[in-house]
Ligand binder design. Structure first.
Ligand code: 1YM
Length: 646
């Protein structure tokens, strides 16, 4: 053995080597933060808070913590406290430093040293503490063990103090305070209290009885406490109340079950409302499974079977009647599915789909037994639900007839495209665009100004149908909406086939005033309810026409905001006569091309679907039946309004 090798064998040097490895571990997180928290955008920033809160929630799940306090302090410092056991402070036998230090400095130290609860294979549970630490300018952790408190400070992941035993304290629990590193989160380190509150509320629903206090102590302090003894049933009630949706049976249907070996459990809460939409929100180990998975599949399959069998045995479906389809029995349904399992497999690009097949069986069996019991024990509710499914099935049949009629007509007329459409020459959907334009005169300017090789124009006349209050059968045959459907070419609703979409970009072009906003909202509602995939795949855009034209010495400049106008004015000096555009129709074809349609110079907003549940809420409130919640929504959001023309 060489001298060097001998030296490395010695205990103190080995320990030193381990320390270096630790630092390298967290350096990797700082080098590629996206690998650990998805991105360093606003989303990634909020992820930091979730990671720390998740550890406190885990402690609650283990049965040791009943209260979590989350505070945003001035300067965007985050403080999270819980009243659990406190992260262990004893010296970790292998690492030779306190366990709490290991938790915050070693990547993947989260495999937890103690008891095993439901563990998560995807996601970051338990390993999050060190990731947050690595991405924080500074972080302080304080553990209270009922007699003393132990505190340690880190900067950019590195300890800058030992774990120091401080004043005696009766409290128990863990406190973590951190400031996100602006070197990493270059876009912003400003937290959005709405995003945080809604996620914390969700966690409180998923963990019945757990109290989560949220305080925003920055300008204009606010505080909210979330605690729901009714768990996910309260979640369903909350959704209906928030959206002001009337329900068709009184109680939330709730049931749960555990697998025989205790390795998995399922809990479901559901209630039907008067709307035509379905809202299914599913979770695995308290993680939102946005893309569904085996638990949702099991639920859907079983729901359809149970409803059909109930409707048959109680005479709601006659022998000659066809079975309900899944979509019939999910119309107006709001359901929360929450499963817990030992080794959850998260699949797909965003790891938002549950893959465990054993869960499908458990959910199917549970729904099949317990929902059947519910229907038989609650005949009045059962009747309302089955009648809703029948109405939905009839509307679906009617829609099918209407669609076939439209198809036959187009075959006979041999012109399948709407008359109002000025199509483009290119038939290659990778390069084409369609402008859906408000009004005949703007449509005329757009037709004149466009590049006819790849830009198509479809003008819309008059007010449009509000699809929030209509089923698919009303869309077919609607003379305002059908031209949009046929021009896009990809079918609608459950017929939608995105590969047939005739244009790569669908650009909504309406005036920058209240009427224009209304038309944009109507169109977006239409796309959201019937062409969801088109939005999800990023095909929808909103054109932004300029508000002003500033002319000096025959040279024109355009301003899209008041600030831009002022900036241009101070740049060009006095003597400029300013034109304020009141509508698209005021622009001649050349102006429209220069400002709004030329891909080289135009400004457009891409419509994205970050949060489908939130979008559903906004559309239900804005376009739904009830006036009062709409007024409240508008009052609450009035400060964001930019194009109010008075
Ligand atoms: C404000 C954030 O992290 N609370 C927290 C974390 C832990 C424990 C309790 C805990 C877990 C266990 C045993 C266990 C963690 N401990 C570890 C590790 N709040 C917050 N509260 N004793 C205490 O899982 O067995 C990681 S997280 F690894 F040290 F055990």
């Amino acid at each position: 053995m060489s001298l060097l090798e001998e030296r490395n064998q010695k205990e103190e040097f080995r320990y030193g080597a381990q320390e270096i490895q630790v630092l390298e571990g967290l350096e990797a997180v700082r080098k590629r933060p996206g690998m650990y928290i998805g991105s360093t955008s606003v989303k990634g920033l909020h992820h930091l808070v979730h990671e720390i809160v998740d550890n406190a929630v885990d402690e609650a799940l283990a049965g040791f913590c009943s209260r979590i306090i989350v505070e945003i302090l001035p300067g965007n410092v985050v403080r999270v406290r819980d009243n659990g056991r406190g992260i262990p402070v004893g010296v970790h036998p292998k690492m030779g430093v306190p366990a709490v230090t290991v938790v915050f400095t070693v990547l993947h130290a989260g495999g937890k040293f103690g008891g095993q609860g439901y563990k998560v294979a995807g996601g970051l549970h338990g390993v999050g503490s060190s990731v947050v630490n690595a991405l924080s300018e500074w972080l302080e952790v304080e553990v209270f063990d009922g007699s003393f408190s132990y505190k340690q400070r880190f900067e950019r992941g590195n300890p800058v103090s030992d774990l120091i035993k401080t004043q005696s304290s009766e409290h128990r629990g863990t406190l973590v305070e951190f400031k996100a590193d602006s070197e990493i989160f270059k876009e912003t380190t400003d937290y959005d209290s709405c995003i945080l509150a809604s996620r914390l509320r969700e966690q409180a629903f998923l963990n019945a009885g757990l109290e989560i206090c949220f305080k925003d102590l920055r300008d204009g302090c606010s505080s909210e406490t979330f605690k729901y003894d009714g768990g996910i049933s309260s979640f369903v009630e909350f959704i209906h109340k928030k959206r002001a949706l009337d329900v068709i049976h009184e109680d939330v249907i709730h049931f749960s079950a555990e697998s025989e070996d205790g390795s998995a459990s399922v809990e479901i809460a559901m209630q039907y409302n008067v709307s035509y939409n379905e809202l299914l929100i599913s979770f695995a180990n308290n993680i939102h499974t946005n893309d569904g998975g085996t638990h949702e599949e099991g639920f859907k399959v079983s729901l359809t079977k149970v409803m059909n069998s109930y409707a048959r045995s109680f005479g709601f479906l006659k022998e000659s009647d066809k079975n309900f389809l899944g979509e019939d029995v999910r119309e107006g349904l709001c359901a929360i599915i929450s499963v817990k399992l030992v080794s959850a497999q998260f699949e797909g690009q965003t790891k938002a789909r549950l893959g465990n097949s054993e869960i499908k069986v458990l959910v199917e069996r549970t729904v099949s037994e317990k929902l059947k019991d519910y229907l038989e024990e609650n005949p009045a509710s059962a009747r309302s639900i089955v009648e809703k499914a029948s109405a939905s099935a009839k509307a679906r049949e009617a829609a099918k007839k209407a669609r076939d009629l439209v198809r036959r007509k187009t075959v006979m007329e041999s012109a399948s495209l709407p008359g109002a459409l000025s199509d483009c020459q290119s038939k290659d959907p990778r390069e084409t665009e369609i402008y859906v334009v408000e009004g005949e005169s703007a449509g005329g300017s757009a037709r004149g100004g466009r590049d006819r090789y790849f830009q198509a124009i479809l003008p819309l006349r008059g007010k449009m149908l509000n699809v929030e209050k209509a089923r698919l059968d009303k869309v077919y045959g609607n003379e305002k909406l059908m031209p949009v459907v046929t021009a896009l070419g990809c079918g609608i609703g459950s017929d939608l086939d995105i590969s047939k979409l005739r244009y790569n970009k669908i650009i909504i072009m309406a005036d920058a005033d209240v009427d224009g906003s209304h038309i944009r909202t109507l169109l977006l509602t239409f796309f959201f309810r019937f062409f969801r995939k088109v939005i999800e795949d990023g095909h929808i855009f909103i054109a932004k026409p300029p508000l002003y034209r500033i002319t000096k010495f025959k040279k024109h400049r355009y301003a899209f905001t008041d600030e831009e106008r002022d900036a241009i004015l101070s740049e060009v000096g006095g003597q400029a006569e300013i034109q304020r555009y009141k509508g698209l129709g005021e622009m001649d074809p050349i102006q429209l091309w220069e400002t709004t349609m030329n891909p080289e110079t135009r400004v457009m907003l891409k419509v994205s679907l970050e949060d489908a549940t939130l979008a559903d809420e906004v559309f239900t409130i804005l376009m739904g039946e009830k006036v009062e919640p709409r007024r409240d929504f508008i009052e609450q959001n009035a400060r964001y309004v930019v194009n109010l023309d008075i």
